[in-house]
Design a protein around this ligand. Structure first.
Ligand SMILES: Cc1cc2nc3c(=O)[nH]c(=O)nc-3n(C[C@H](O)[C@H](O)[C@H](O)COP(=O)(O)OP(=O)(O)OC[C@H]3O[C@@H](n4cnc5c(N)ncnc54)[C@H](O)[C@@H]3O)c2cc1C
Length: 420
């Protein structure tokens, strides 16, 4: 029976449409190396019809279909297992050849893409028309749109933009009997009956193979400011989250807990400068962003410095720091990295090459360190930037963290700076 299935699939897919499991290599093992298995065939369809042919043949022969996108999922759903309870054979269906961006519409803020496109591919297509795909996480260069939909992936920008579910306007999927579910809509105000596409989001491929999607794009963000704090304890994280939201609720895009292990690995492997000198078990990275065309994100006028504030360190933060990524700019190439290291490893934006720097200065109560990654001379050029000490978080009596700015003007006068 298995031989018949394999012969049928090879015929239907053509010579480039399948792999012998013996030649398939890493796709048989999950990202964490915790799961692996051998399917009877690895199918690589490049059309919806090809996907239908695979699913139909597997249904006819009672074989399991395991769909795989970038194979970056961490729970083993993307690889076959050898000992299925009922002894069924399995076919591994790769979406890697369903990798075309079909259209990007900057006016409607949408992108219609095939399921095997990587997140980074869509990000780059959006950036080319001055838009952004706000879905973003460390595996962006490998994880696919289909995988993101199947896992309802989150990532770095969830606070502001939500999980994958919030970005999906439409879905096309091949169902278990080979029929196509056509929910490929771009209409935001679609209030017609049941919203069936939602069932596929987070279903881990159990309801069908997602083949195409319409994703919502956002305005490109031009202004970014990043705070990096060393924590004295994990219990400070929620205080600082409240503080970050109160500083700029609408602009807070990322708030990430980073272990020292992650910082050390980023420094060691990528050769970057430590974002902060203070050593701690845990750090926080908060990122604030403003849209293109808007003025600098609105920041409250810094309160006077309080040497005994809950966040003991002091940093000079610019009133304005922006990097414009225009339509013609080349998006930085991004590599897969751990979620915690991704912020630290983010490459310099265009126009700032060679300007990554490490600055340090002594403050009344602590030494703060800032690493500038995306700065250009700000509106404070020629003068000292305003000095800002974070207000005390609630319940704070002792020093709880040291804040440092990673987005600082290149003209900062009260620092000693050295090129990294
Ligand atoms: C360095 C790193 C950082 C990460 N950071 C995050 C993070 O911040 N947030 C987060 O949520 N996850 C994160 N992940 C997990 C992972 O990247 C996501 O779950 C991602 O969505 C998986 O996409 P994929 O294309 O690799 O899917 P795969 O690993 O190939 O598959 C995952 C699941 O989706 C199913 N699937 C894949 N494609 C389809 C399809 N076309 N149709 C139907 N089902 C399909 C598979 O069968 C499987 O069940 C991270 C992983 C790594 C390695």
């Amino acid at each position: 029976m298995t031989d018949v299935l394999v012969a049928e699939l090879r015929d239907a897919l053509g010579p480039r449409g399948w792999l012998d499991p013996a030649d398939a290599g890493s796709v048989l093992t999950g990202w964490r190396k915790a799961y692996s298995g051998t399917p009877v065939l690895v199918a690589r369809p490049d059309t919806v019809e090809g996907v239908q042919a695979v699913v139909r043949a597997c249904a006819d022969h009672a074989a399991a279909v395991v769909t795989q996108g970038g194979n970056t999922g961490l729970s083993g759903g993307s690889v076959p297992i050898d000992d299925l309870p009922d002894g069924r054979p399995s076919v591994l269906l790769l979406t890697s050849r369903l990798n075309r961006i079909e259209s990007v519409d900057p006016d409607r803020f949408t992108a219609t893409v095939q399921a095997g496109c990587t997140i980074e591919q869509v990000q780059q297509a959006a950036a080319a028309v001055d838009r952004q795909l706000a879905m973003d996480w460390g595996a962006r260069g490998t994880a696919t749109v289909g995988g993101a939909i199947a896992t309802n992936a989150g990532g770095l920008n969830v606070l502001r933009y939500g999980n994958t579910r919030r970005h999906v306007l439409g879905i096309e999927a091949v169902l278990a009997d080979g029929r196509v579910f056509d929910g490929l809509r771009a209409l935001r105000k679609d209030n017609t009956g049941y919203d069936l596409k939602q069932l596929f989001i987070g279903a881990e491929g159990t309801l069908g193979v997602v083949t195409r999607a319409v994703l919502e794009l956002q305005p490109a963000l031009a202004h970014h400011r990043t705070l990096f704090a060393a924590l004295t304890g994990l219990d400070r994280a929620t205080d600082l989250y409240g503080l970050a939201r109160s500083i700029d609720a609408g602009g807070l895009t990322a708030f990430e807990l980073v272990p020292e292990m992650g910082v050390a690995a980023a420094v060691d492997v990528l050769g970057i400068t430590r974002p902060i000198d203070t050593r701690a078990e845990w750090y926080l990275m908060a990122r604030f962003s403003g849209a293109a065309g808007s003025p600098t994100p609105s920041w409250p006028r810094p309160p006077p410095r309080r040497p005994t504030s809950g966040c003991s360190g002091t940093s000079s933060l610019p009133r304005s720091s922006s990097t414009r990524r225009g339509p013609s700019s080349t998006p930085p190439s991004r590599s897969t990295g751990s979620p915690s290291s991704s912020a630290a490893s983010r490459p310099l934006p265009p126009g700032s090459a060679g300007r990554r720097r490490s600055c340090s200065r002594s403050a009344t109560s602590a030494t703060a360190t800032c690493t500038s990654t995306c700065c250009r001379p700000s509106s404070t050029a020629g003068g000292s930037p305003p000095t800002w000490s974070p207000p005390s978080p609630p319940r704070s009596t002792a020093s709880s963290g040291t804040w440092a700015a990673r987005s600082a003007p290149s003209t900062a006068s009260a620092r000693t700076c050295s090129a990294a």
